[in-house]
Design a protein around this ligand. Sequence first.
Ligand SMILES: Cc1ncc(COP(=O)(O)O)c(C=O)c1O
Length: 415
Amino acid sequence: MSDDWKIDVSARIRSLPPYLFGRLNAMLLEKRRSGVDVIDLGMGNPTDPTPKEVVEKLCESARDGRTHRYSKSIGIYNLRREVARLYERVYGVTLDPNKEVVATIGSKEGFSHMCLALLGSGDTAIVGDPYFPIHVYGVALAGANVINVPLGNDEAFLDRVGYVTQHLYPRPKCLILNYPHNPTAMTVDGVDFFDRVVALAKRDGIMVFHDFAYGRTCFDGYKAPSFLQAKGAKDVGVEFLTMSKPYNMAGWRIGFCVGNSEMVRALATIKGYYDYGIFTPIQVASIIAMREGEEMVARQAKLYQARRDVVVEGCRKLGWQADSPRASMFVWARISDEHLAGQGSIDFSLRMLEEAEVVLAPGRAFGENGENCVRIALVEKEMRLKQAFRQLDRALNKGIKAPSATRQQRKQQKQ
Ligand SMILES: Cc1ncc(COP(=O)(O)O)c(C=O)c1O
């Protein structure tokens, strides 16, 4: 072997956009290692536990030796039937569990493999900017191109999308949507929006992927509409959902893709090659969660709603512009020019980690239109969120470094 031999990664890996959370994550790790109690509001990783009944069902099922084999890559029938029942109950949408539902290893896996199943070299997908990163990475990993359109939730946004679908050649192949949206928490008022999406998709012959991860995390009586409630939606698209957010099952890795049977079949085909399915007890426990977890879904949304109020108030007191979202687990805030002090959101977030010991996700990591904003995840209890804003306020408004007790010091204080 020659001395200059080195691993040569694929063009696929090289095509990925730069990972803009890298420096922030490295600095967070370093701080934590040195014992600093950083308040991490960066990632939308639920911190509340999975409901007890669901965990118990998992254990019961895991004790049954018959569940230890490879499962079905599309998910066991009873699980897919439960998803269909949930759609009928919550959205009035009828799904065929055999043709229109497939279980995925979290919605992220489902989305990524759907890109691989339906997109390839020479294809283009339209994604609103700001965007959830996998909506761009998934397309890039499939070898296809992304066209970003400034995000919106109204006629003007659909006009921008329509302009692209009418003028780009070859025609874009799909439109990627996500309402309630991550990172902006943007929502749509009702099914009418999706009716217009379906009309546009049919007019221009494009597919629709709707990421509905926050569909059940709604506040103040708002009910996020499902894309599949739109007439004819199943002719043109699919929807991705997850157990991660409504049931606090993020680590369990389970979600679903539902809708157009040909698209679902294409995803199932890819998955059939790549995986043997989710551990059966996880699937069994998920049935119980969906069947008996309505109260839990509402309780968890209430928790996020109360945290939202703390965060929106905290942002406004700092002089940042933040709308109060009616869904998702994030607050999206525009930082004041005074606080940005000429920095971009990435440098600003690094400065807040250094000076306030609080992690805020920089808006720029979600696309060009996210610049000057931060995303704040509602993953800490109200008291700690208030503490985070006190630390931000001290760091920003007095130029004094937030006094952070190390874990060791806190322990000693408690004793
Ligand atoms: C919009 C959106 N889609 C998908 C996911 C991934 O969800 P899952 O855990 O089901 O893969 C997330 C997670 O944060 C998300 O915010």
